[in-house]
Design a protein around this ligand. Sequence first.
Ligand code: SAH
Ligand code: MG
Length: 198
Amino acid sequence: MVGYHQYIKEMKDYANDHHVPIMEEEGINFLTTFVIKHQIKNVLEIGTAIGYSAIMMALCQPTLRITSIERDEERYLEALKNIKKFHLEDRITLIFKDALDVKIEGEFDLIFIDAAKAQEIKFFNLFTKNLTSKGFVVTDNIYFHGLVEKNEKEIKSHNLRGLVRKIKEYISFLNTNPDYDTIIYRVGDGIAVSQKKQ
Ligand code: SAH
Ligand code: MG
């Protein structure tokens, strides 16, 4: 990773300046440690943004391959640029599409869901078809800036309340899913790890 520190800093600064919600420090450390610990080989990421999380995962595990989906053109183009800077074009494949309209081939041992928070159940059902046996689904922003644990009445915005409700539905969907074991970690913005039982 030596020599890339400046590029990593530039990505973080870009995200900050353009209000791109990339993973925070604690979350990205958790994710990269997870990838190493479980010797993950193939990742499907929903929500590339500017490529930050994909690049960090690829850097920590030199044989890792990632397919990542992004629907926003400006972010997709920025991600392409960043991946070139890090010379990771051969290991990170980007798909510029709405994830709900994509058909993905192949198998992945990690599906990382970090896109529209209202669609998580849909993403889960759509992409776990591509999950290996004993594979993992990792979902970011389970606490959604603390709002998920707040009293609903305290959330003034109608849209935000709807979103928080959706995330709560997703949490109970995971917790009651008979085919998966789920643990929610209080790191970063809250991360759910769901492992397929077989
Ligand atoms: N994983 C990134 C951050 C992703 S932010 C990182 O940590 O570096 C969430 C991204 O998901 C946004 O860029 C948004 O445009 C994208 N997104 C949201 N819904 C989507 C969908 N249905 N299909 C594809 N991309 C989506
Ligand atoms: Mg996130």
